[in-house]
Write a protein that binds this ligand. Structure first.
Ligand code: MTE
Ligand code: HPA
Ligand code: MOS
Length: 761
């Protein structure tokens, strides 16, 4: 029922693809530079915590090609880049708080000269205690922001009455965003005391605001332009700002063009990652396996500054019960300050960290009770009319539907039987599987951020220029914006040009994040198109009919009145309207209706809607080597009515693989001194073509209901990542099939090394 293959009838695929495969797409480092450009390199701290007791860069300044070296005291405005909480200097001033923290900027004629100079800088530190563990930080009272608690019903007293009660600990590791294009920015001074900055950022306005602050300028003097990103994955939502501010500061002071682009190892060392979490939970069930109560405490490893961690912490709580209806919940979250680079957004934004814990709790309960985990999962899926712990009432839930459709498609009973019989017949190969339901809230959790604008110009020849606040980072939002304008005007997508994202065309943008970029900017774009259409329709009526009530429409560039073709086509309509001095430009605006949230009581209606889905993951473990393959991931995904099948399918596939990477092989390791050991692609493994699932099968549930989604096409950027969590549990089950007492804690990633220890532990 209701199952539909990805829809490919509208624009099919991604408009950026030809540019990407021919190398013509323009990234920051491809922008032709102005003569006299200065290379900016960062001298960063080699210790994780200490007072700078000695610093001498006079010898470094003598290196040929060095123009100047800048420290905190050279900053013209404020030495502050903290977005949510002002707790992060651009350049260390007296004290350092993590390995990789920027201390000095080297401005040089060449990057080589700058690197030479870096070796001549003398610095020493008075060491201070290094804390890398969030629980230890918590004990010392080191918090980045106030702790948060969401409650529903009364978890504590209900736990006392449960037939089954289990407690445990669950942990998830960091994850490097590993965008193909590293961070970076290119800046040059403009006339009227302005500065123009090309930045690889998800948040052009955040970059503009930060530069204005650091340089002591009004935001109107700072123009930020973003052609596109070679990936962001959350890593450039906030942390693009420092690189842009560093390029801008050097450019501003020297009055020369300046570029600051770290190479891969610098980027890995200096930037924050997905926040690791360590969590405690207690789950209580009744005799029918209904989850009656759930308690959890999340210790978030925030790193040395708040960055986005307070917002990420909040989303962990929003997703702490994933797709399940649990009547009694108390979840507590602490954002702990440690001496690591400030951790930051990564696809899912704290949601995956929260979901892993409830899945671990359910799995533990099932294993102890002796029932299949899927039985408890299925039994407790949420249905319409129940309440999320944050007060929103569940509406249009696809939790049960996506599970049952997937079950109907894959035949879970058969999968179970096949797995059991395979394992009985094989001594050193064991199979495992898991189901992973996902429910992800769509909207920025901060209500105020759910707004966007768009600027549309219809040129007098009928071609169209579109600017929005959306940043293209590979997710296909450019394509979706062109589709929205083309569908709205009823014209050929080839007539539409999408402009780069620029703060002078579209101001006060929210970052492209929270999977909401297409919804927010698309709706603003619709508003702009509708304003122009209204004027054009009125013009058609004055020209062709006396009857105000007749309906005008444009389809395939032909203008219709009451379904009858007129003399006008799009091009001559635009031309005639222009001659009659009709305004052919419009600024659109959108602010998501309905949503609100009251932090003082932690209740409200924060999300426009939720995206649902379910994944079945099947794996095989080689029990001699500890190596494994992910045999298949089959997904029933709630896409609404996808406006672009191939783009949305790509988002699902990419998200699934990235989630599996986080759960199985991507291991960020810092030593006790807070130094990053997995600091290059030789030591940090991400999924490659050999380790991706042999089969990824995504089916879209067709769902006509999501009116808050752009053209009813639901947000898709982040939710699929959480299907990857299923890989952890499938692997764990396979190991248990070999060794039923395998000591495998709920601690991700489950690397081959940990699998091997589990097999023989
Ligand atoms: N897909 C690609 N190819 N590259 C990216 O950087 N970022 C992800 C997701 N998919 C990303 C991606 C993240 S973290 C988010 S929030 C969304 O895309 C942002 O885009 P959207 O709001 O248009 O979905
Ligand atoms: N998601 C992603 N990014 C964000 C959010 C969110 O909910 N809030 C602030 N930045
Ligand atoms: Mo995505 S983590 O909201 O950039």
């Amino acid at each position: 029922m209701n199952v539909k293959k990805p829809d490919t009838t509208r624009i099919s695929g991604n408009v950026d693809a030809p540019g990407h495969v021919t190398g013509r797409s323009v990234y920051v480092d491809d922008i032709p530079v102005i003569e006299g450009m200065v290379h900016v390199k960062v001298f960063d701290s080699a210790v994780a915590h200490g007072k700078i007791s000695f610093l001498d860069y006079s010898a470094a300044e003598q290196v040929p090609g060095i123009i100047r070296i800048f420290s905190a005291k050279d900053i013209p405005g404020e030495n502050q880049i903290g977005g949510i909480i002002p707790d992060e200097p651009l350049l260390a001033d007296g004290e350092v708080h993590y390995c990789g923290q920027p201390v000095l900027l080297i401005a040089a004629d060449t990057a080589d000269a700058a690197e030479m100079a870096i070796r001549k800088i003398e610095i020493s530190f008075t060491p201070l205690p290094v804390i890398t563990d969030p629980r230890e930080a918590f004990k010392l009272g080191q918090l980045l922001s106030p702790s948060r608690v969401f409650t529903l019903g009364d978890a504590r007293s209900n736990l006392a009455h449960c037939k089954y009660v289990y407690s445990g600990k669950a942990e998830t590791g960091a994850q490097e965003q590993l965008y193909l294009e590293t961070q970076g920015a290119y800046a040059y001074p403009t006339e009227s005391d302005g500065i123009k900055v090309y930045s690889s950022t998800q948040g052009p306005t955040q970059v503009q605001r930060t530069i204005a602050r650091v340089l002591g300028l009004g935001m109107n003097r700072v123009e930020v332009d973003v052609p596109r990103l070679g990936g962001g994955f959350g890593g450039k939502e906030d942390q693009a700002s420092s690189w842009a501010a560093m390029a801008a500061m050097v450019s501003w002071i020297l009055k020369r063009p300046a570029k600051c682009i770290p190479h891969r190892m610098e980027d890995m060392r200096m930037t924050g990652k997905r926040n690791p979490y360590s969590s405690d939970y207690t789950i209580g069930l009744d005799e029918e396996f209904r989850i009656i109560a759930f308690e959890a405490t999340f210790y978030q490893n925030g790193g040395a500054a708040a960055d986005l961690s307070p917002a990420i912490l909040e989303r962990t709580l929003f997703h702490a019960t994933n797709s399940y209806h649990i009547p009694n919940v108390k979840v507590t979250a602490h954002s702990c300050k440690t001496n690591l680079p400030p951790n930051t957004a990564f696809r899912g934004f704290g949601g995956p960290q929260g979901m892993f814990v409830i899945e671990a709790a359910i799995d533990q309960a099932a294993k102890h009770i002796g029932v299949d985990t899927t039985v408890i999962q299925r039994k407790n899926l949420m249905d319409d009319g129940t309440e999320f712990p944050y007060g929103q009432i569940v509406k249009d839930s696809e939790a049960i539907n996506s599970w049952d459709e997937l079950d109907a498609h894959c035949d879970l009973e058969k999968v179970r039987a096949e797995t059991v019989s395979f394992n009985a017949g094989n001594r050193f190969l064991k199979k495992g599987f898991s189901m992973m339901p996902v429910c992800f809230g769509i909207s920025f959790t901060n209500t105020m951020m759910n707004q966007a604008r768009a600027l549309v110009h219809v040129y007098s020849d009928g071609t169209v220029g579109v600017s929005t606040g959306a940043v293209e980072m590979g997710q296909g939002v450019n394509t979706k914006m062109i589709q929205v304008a083309a569908e709205s005007f009823g014209i050929d997508p080839a007539k539409i040009k999408l402009e780069s994202t620029n703060t002078t065309r579209v101001a006060n943008t929210s970052p492209s994040a929270a999977s909401s970029t297409a919804d927010l900017n698309g709706k603003a774009l619709l508003d702009a198109c509708n304003q122009i259409l209204d004027r054009l329709y009125a013009f058609v009526k004055t020209e062709l009919t006396d009857n105000e009530d007749e309906t005008v429409e444009i389809k395939n560039e032909v203008v219709y009145i009451n379904e009858e073709a007129t003399v006008f086509n799009w091009t001559n309509l635009v031309r005639q309207a222009f001659l009659k001095r009709i305004n052919l430009s419009a600024k659109g605006h959108y602010a998501t209706p309905i949503i609100h949230f009251d932090k003082s009581i932690e209740k409200g209606h924060p999300f426009a809607y939720h995206v649902y889905g379910t994944a079945l993951t099947r794996v095989t473990v080689d029990c001699l080597r500890g190596t494994y393959t992910i045999d298949s991931v089959q997904v029933m995904h709630d896409a609404g009515i996808s406006m672009n099948g191939p783009v949305d399918l790509g988002q699902c596939e990419g998200g699934i693989v990235q989630g599996i990477g986080w759960m199985t092989m991507e291991e960020v390791i810092y030593n006790e001194e807070g130094k990053l050991l997995s600091n290059a692609l030789s030591t940090y493994k991400i999924p490659d073509i050999y380790s991706v699932p042999a089969k990824i099968e995504v089916q879209f549930l067709k769902n006509e209901k999501p009116s808050m989604a752009i053209l009813k096409s639901k947000a898709v950027g982040e939710p699929p990542l959480m299907y990857g969590i299923g890989a952890f549990f499938a692997l764990r089950n396979a190991v248990l099939a070999f060794n039923e007492n395998a000591p495998i804690p709920y601690s991700a990633p489950l690397t081959p090394e940990k699998v091997l220890m589990g097999l023989y532990g």
